[in-house]
Design a protein around this ligand. Structure first.
Ligand code: DHB
Ligand code: FE
Length: 305
């Protein structure tokens, strides 16, 4: 986005780009067990070569990372629809095999608290989380985008605000609600005084179903049409009812609604609209590959024009 050069304008925080990616847990295992060069995994990691170089060149000050917990931080005891992490740091969850050997996540309590205040006053009822472990939903996207050097002093490139969405236990939020939430997050970021460069990441998906008679379902046509529409007409995509995701993309394909949160935070989706209207974002990178574990890997990087 071009800087605001009106006289007297104060440079505040801004959304610089949005990133979208699957979070397949087997990708984390492939990284942690040194299998990235195996023929099965090579094409998956090659799809992120551009992205790792791009992130090194365009390191943000904060990543607002929209993801879902898989019954690791939360359980059936407590199911927040939207939960924002306001902690100074987050431990890596033990998902049954010990925590992944990756650095803990450093938070950004000041910006997170500001976004919570702004978004809640904008009528979105968030759960505030001051202590939580983060699972593969958050760490696999970070590993894909940042790489995983074996060096003991390896750290993630910047603080991360985890934003957990319930897409595991139905009822799940609608695509429309997610898109509107993204718009509210953009307003919140732009109201923050410090000139921080913030990336918003929408993660999870693509089509998959892990249980029942349709286990193993992958729908390439749906996935690619979703990517096309997410880029070109996200407001129309946001109207897709949740049952269409379940029918066409499988019960776990519903994770894709989280991508609409990141997309709603781009300039052309802004509410109120920018004057003059913002152009659609630039597609810096697009990648799609089948298979990876029980699903496809989809990935986009969009930058405001
Ligand atoms: C798989 C994919 C997921 O998104 C997930 O959370 C768990 C498993 C899979 O492909 O097996
Ligand atoms: Fe998942």
């Amino acid at each position: 986005m071009a800087p605001d050069i009106r006289p007297g304008a104060r440079p505040g925080a801004r959304i610089t780009a949005s990133v979208y990616t699957s979070h397949v847990p087997a990708i984390g295992a492939a990284l942690d067990l040194g299998k990235t060069a195996e023929p099965y995994w090579q094409p998956v990691f090659r799809g992120y070569d551009f992205s790792r170089a791009w992130l090194r060149e365009h390191r943000p000050d904060v990543i607002f990372l929209v993801y879902n917990d898989h019954a690791n931080a939360f359980s059936l005891d407590l199911i927040p629809t939207f939960a924002i992490g306001t902690a100074a740091g987050y431990a890596i969850a033990d998902e049954g095999w010990g925590p992944r050997p990756v650095p803990p996540v450093v938070g950004h309590p000041e910006l997170a608290s500001h976004i919570a205040q702004s978004v809640i006053q904008d009528d979105f009822d968030l759960t505030i989380v001051n202590k939580m472990d983060v699972d593969h939903g958050l760490t696999v996207p970070l590993s894909l985008m940042c790489g995983q050097p074996p060096a003991a002093d390896f750290r993630w490139p910047c603080p991360v605000i985890p934003f957990a969405v319930n897409v595991v236990q139905y009822p799940v939020p609608s695509g429309r609600r997610c898109f509107q939430l993204g718009q509210a997050i953009r307003r919140a970021v732009e109201r923050y005084d410090e000139p921080l460069r913030v990336q918003i990441w929408g993660t999870g998906g693509m089509s998959h179903q892990l249980q029942g008679p349709r286990a193993g379902l992958i729908n390439r046509e749906f996935d690619n049409a979703f990517l096309d529409q997410l880029i070109a007409d996200p407001a129309a995509l946001a109207a897709k009812p949740h049952i269409d995701y379940v029918r066409e993309a499988g019960s776990e394909g519903i994770e894709l609604v989280m991508w609409l949160i990141a997309r709603g935070a781009m300039a052309d989706a802004a509410d109120p609209p920018r004057r003059p209207a913002a152009a659609p974002p630039k597609v810096l990178h697009r990648f799609y590959h089948v298979p990876a574990s029980n699903t496809a890997v989809g990935h986009l990087i969009l930058e405001d024009s």
